[in-house]
Design a binder for this molecule. Structure first.
Ligand SMILES: [Ca+2]
Ligand SMILES: [Ca+2]
Ligand SMILES: [Ca+2]
Length: 240
């Protein structure tokens, strides 16, 4: 009798524990937890660059410098990269009826170039300066060596402005306005706000049109007229 009662009590206690455990699980699942901060991979793209007037007779030799600072090592890149056997790269661009992305000659337009790509943690941001150049004399400085020195003098290109980046590069021996032509520039601040990218565009030098898409703030268009040129360009920042 005592033994059966003990067994019965143990049984009741176990059942109660089981039921309480069964109820506790859905109640915990229903608690609203904020989603963990999400990493986002941001890509700054040149959608298209179109030549309406070159700086010189014949084709322009166009290249782009992209200077970026953020939470890790600063970067300074030149696009396009050098072809085999060449010290530095460029696109041959012209203002006639040439095709886009012409593989064997001058191009009237070039399309879909990734200027900057980075995975940003929540709260992380990067500041990027984009400088459009046309090669005449050329520059032979090593960009990765320059990046560190440039960053010590211009830690944030968006706050300083594109003009200060250009002037500082000239002080460091990379003269973008003398030996080469300077078409135009802008800066952009890209931030991961709780898993969503926010984009702030800022005008640089030598622009005669600058428009942030009112319906899509991560897209921007501009028109450049540096050193007698006329180039139109379209950009956006996307999540990859
Ligand atoms: Ca030129
Ligand atoms: Ca030329
Ligand atoms: Ca040239």
């Amino acid at each position: 009798m005592t033994k059966s009662l003990t067994l019965l009590l143990v049984g009741v206690v176990m059942l109660a524990a089981l039921l309480s455990g069964g109820r506790a699980t859905p109640s915990q699942d229903n608690t609203v937890q904020p989603p963990p901060p999400r990493d986002v991979t941001a890509q700054l793209r040149l959608r298209e660059l179109k030549c309406f007037h070159t700086t010189e007779a014949g084709a322009d030799e166009v290249y782009i410098l992209v200077y970026a600072t953020g939470s890790s090592a600063p970067t300074l890149r030149r696009l396009p990269g050098p072809a085999a056997g060449q010290p530095s790269g460029h696109w041959d661009m012209n203002d006639g009826n040439q095709p886009c992305d012409n593989p064997s000659g001058d191009s009237h337009c070039i399309t879909n170039k990734v200027l900057f790509e980075k995975t940003l943690r929540a709260g992380e941001s990067w500041d990027v300066a984009v400088l459009f150049e046309e090669e005449d004399g050329g520059n032979s400085q090593d960009l990765q060596t320059l990046a560190g020195t440039l960053a010590s003098r211009v830690p944030n290109p968006v706050i300083a402005g594109a003009g200060v980046v250009v002037a500082t590069l000239a002080q460091l021996g990379f003269n973008l306005t003398d030996t080469d032509d300077y078409l135009g520039s802008y800066t952009v601040h890209i931030e991961n706000r709780n898993g969503t990218l926010s984009t702030d565009w800022h005008q640089g030098d030598r622009l005669f049109h600058f428009l942030i898409d009112p319906n899509r703030h991560e897209a921007m268009e501009l028109k450049m007229n540096g050193d007698g040129s006329h180039y139109d360009a379209w950009f956006d920042v996307i999540t990859r």
